[in-house]
Design a protein around this ligand. Structure first.
Ligand SMILES: C[S@@+](CC[C@H](N)C(=O)[O-])C[C@H]1O[C@@H](n2cnc3c(N)ncnc32)[C@H](O)[C@@H]1O
Length: 257
């Protein structure tokens, strides 16, 4: 009898080329692929003929299937098929609810393997040329969720706002204004902020500003989910911020004395 296996694969941040070679190998071998909304559907082209592909998307709190239903599907499919792939956006272990699926599989006697992916938290700022750390500017970064499972602002935002770290916030657009108020309350009104929506895809949109004005800018530019918020001095290294700084400097030099 062939071994039943659940393979959790990180699909990367959106660009279908940002996936690992190992992940592609498993996609080709899969009998069933259950995929999320943030996994690029182009990746399904790697699936073999006859492979069952099923969207089980979860997005913006609006679930195509509940986590419990996804867990049940994994067990059901594994009764008939050997290799079940769970294709998840970014990395499965970064806000990916991977553990619930791993525990379900283990309880059903299914072997589990995890193929890491490039998390949007790292890749989306990187492709915008925003480093998360930069010698002389900061020494660490935090990756936090904006909202908890009960819909409140994560308490970690408060701690992160007091640090000198770059703060990368996921799942936070619905609480943007309140989150920026927390940063302001710790004297960070003028700290630069970038928001990138649909990073690494053809629909990518990016805006930059400061803690004080980013909510206004995001509303004006109609920026929404899925988006990543980056708060920290490293945002000043974004090409648009550098151009803006040079323009302001030149303008100052041209002013009559
Ligand atoms: C449930 S979390 C999953 C994160 C994923 N496991 C990862 O490692 O990227 C979903 C959140 O990730 C962020 N996200 C994922 N892909 C994104 C992208 N291409 N552009 C901007 N934000 C993205 C958004 O904040 C979105 O609400």
């Amino acid at each position: 009898m062939k071994l039943r296996k659940l393979v959790l694969i990180g699909a990367g941040p959106g660009d279908p080329e940002l996936i690992t070679i190992k992940a592609i190998r498993y996609l080709k071998q899969a009998d069933v692929i259950l995929y999320d909304a943030l996994a690029n559907e182009e990746l399904l082209n790697y699936a073999a003929q006859g492979c069952i592909t099923r969207f089980v998307g979860k997005r913006y709190g609006c679930h195509a299937l509940s986590q419990e239903e996804i867990n049940s599907l994994i067990v059901e499919y594994s009764r008939q098929y050997c290799t079940i792939v769970r294709l998840k956006g970014g990395d499965p272990f970064v806000f990916g609810r991977a553990q619930e699926e791993i525990e379900t599989a283990r309880a059903a006697g299914i072997k589990v393997e995890v193929i890491p992916g490039i998390s949007s938290a790292l890749a989306v700022p990187a492709t915008q040329l925003i480093p998360l750390t930069c010698r002389g500017i900061n020494e660490s970064f935090w990756i936090t969720t904006g909202t908890t499972k009960t819909g409140e602002i994560s308490i970690d935002i408060k701690w992160a706002a007091q640090s000198s770290a770059t703060v990368i916030i996921l799942m936070a657009m619905s609480k943007l204004e309140a989150i920026m108020e927390i940063f302001s309350s710790y004297g960070k009104e003028h700290t630069p902020v970038a928001i990138i929506q649909n990073g690494t895809t053809k629909d990518e949109k990016m805006i930059a500003g400061t803690v004080k004005d980013i909510f206004f800018r995001a509303s004006a530019a109609n920026i929404s989910n899925p988006a990543i918020i980056v708060v920290g001095e490293v945002v000043n290294l974004h090409p648009s911020m550098i151009t803006q700084a040079i323009a302001t400097q030149t303008q100052g030099q041209l002013q009559p004395r």
